[in-house]
Design a protein around this ligand. Sequence first.
Ligand code: SF4
Ligand SMILES: [Zn+2]
Length: 280
Amino acid sequence: MNRTERAQIVLEKLREVIPRPQSELAFVDEYQLIVAVILSAQCTDARVNKVTPALFDAFPTLDAMAEATPEQVFPLIRSVSYPNNKSKHLVGMAQRVRDDFGGHIPQTQADLVKLPGVGRKTAQVVSSVAFDDDDALPVDTHVFRVANRIGLVDGADTTLKVERGLKAAIPRGTWGEAHHLLILHGRYTCIARKPNCEACPLPPVCRYYERLQKLPTPLSGLDPKKGKYYCKTHDGYFSEATTKTDRHGTEQTACPTCGSMNVFLAKTGETTKKVRDYRV
Ligand code: SF4
Ligand SMILES: [Zn+2]
């Protein structure tokens, strides 16, 4: 299966389980959207949605935000991450839009990234959600992880590489939809800490799942009193592990005596082998 075929099946299956692939940020117009997206950097949408009602009561328009000082904005966004920088960015963004763009949020990614607090990802979210920009496929932490896990991209270790890989595999015109589908899938099912594969429709096409199934089955009857780890290769216990990098580039626990990576936890019998995963 090539990446285009895999992507097609993934999107079809996700469409079935995620009927409304859209942003979970609450907003009513472009001004509110860009504010919410700036606030959402390194922060959850749920938290952002808690602070924006009071923020938009206090500063209902772009002009009102442009007239504000960061010190006035700060107390209203205190509970989101980086409130100090973000209050400066919000006021700076509003002033720049008022002074350089006639008070209208710019529509192109090239103009959007000129605004304080707006990087490539924020610009793409705004241009895609507000202006239906069909050139945008924003890659956030969820899209990054999920695309790598499923195998929609191959070992892409930067958001730009993930974006390019996804754009190559997914037909233009569905990039905005794909962005929301992958985010929601990552947020609720293919979660960072422990993917919920039992509730996921994608195991037949997921490379991460396939690799998980290939891990050695747990051993029974090990004696944790003899050591923390059991090396199956030389049939011995040890407690101070060394590490080794396997051929996929993943650091694995290794036996200090024979160097084998065929190691199990004596207490649970589980393999110590890890499948390569991507986090940002
Ligand atoms: S099968 Fe598991 S790892 Fe693969 S996409 Fe679904 S939840 Fe994520
Ligand atoms: Zn050994």
